[in-house]
Design a protein around this ligand. Structure first.
Ligand code: CDP
Length: 219
């Protein structure tokens, strides 16, 4: 049995940082599911250029292996945009479900896993032991993204980042399959006015309670 922490939220909300913090603190294995969509977008662009079709992506998804992803090139704004475009293709989502659920099977003998994305608490692991939906104001999220991009030497303006985030949020929330939405039983965490240590402290106290109960039951 593996304790599952599901974390969802929009771009720049701090969910990735929080997930990494949880994985280190509790010694849980971490899966950033956005890297699948980003990796597939990178492949589609490499193989077909910007005019790839839905069927091109579905074919690539069928043969997709997470090990083939070059992590370094995934975080650009261009890949962010195309990842959300391909993430709206229902067939792509259903192919990638297997890989994501497989992560739990691969970690069955670990203490726990922490998985972040857009549909983890709603679709991938609806029975997760604990769920968080992380959000922050668009201005704060844009500021954080701007720092990420400048660390990668990508030059982009604040206004352009705001525009990109708005477009991506809209695409992610309005798609027909697995839209970005908080699971009914998710704890809502607004990180607009708190730093990463404070956010980790808040979620950790909730995880500790849940994990304690879980350990008693599964002794
Ligand atoms: O790190 P950031 O929040 O900017 O994005 P990400 O988690 O790397 O995800 C990139 C894109 O992949 C998102 O905008 C979504 O369109 C898509 N995605 C998804 O649809 N479902 C997931 N579980 C994870 C990502």
């Amino acid at each position: 049995m593996t304790f599952v922490v599901a974390i969802d939220g929009p771009a720049g909300s701090g969910k990735g940082t929080l997930a990494i913090g949880i994985s280190k603190k509790f010694n849980f294995s971490y899966f950033d599911t956005g890297s699948l969509y980003r990796g597939l977008a990178l492949q589609a662009l490499d193989v077909h250029g910007e005019n790839f079709t839905k069927n091109d992506v579905i074919t690539l998804a069928r043969n997709f292996s997470i090990n083939s992803i070059d992590q370094e090139s995934l975080r650009s704004s261009k890949i962010g945009k195309y990842s959300s475009i391909i993430a709206s293709i229902p067939e792509v989502r259903s192919i990638l479900i297997k890989i994501q659920r497989g992560f739990k099977e691969e970690n069955l003998y670990q203490k726990g896993i922490v998985v972040d994305g857009r549909d983890i608490g709603t679709v991938i692991f609806p029975n997760a032991n604990i769920k968080f939906f992380v959000s922050a104001s668009i201005e704060e999220r844009a500021k954080r993204r701007l720092i990420d991009f400048s660390e990668r030497n990508e030059i982009i303006s604040y206004n352009e980042v705001i525009k990109q985030l708005q477009k991506r949020d809209q695409r992610d929330k309005e798609r027909s399959v697995a839209p970005l939405v908080a699971a009914e039983d998710a704890h809502l965490v607004d990180t607009t006015c708190i730093n990463k240590e404070e956010a980790l402290k808040i979620v950790s106290s909730l995880i500790i309670v849940e994990l304690d109960d879980y350990m008693k039951i599964n002794k």
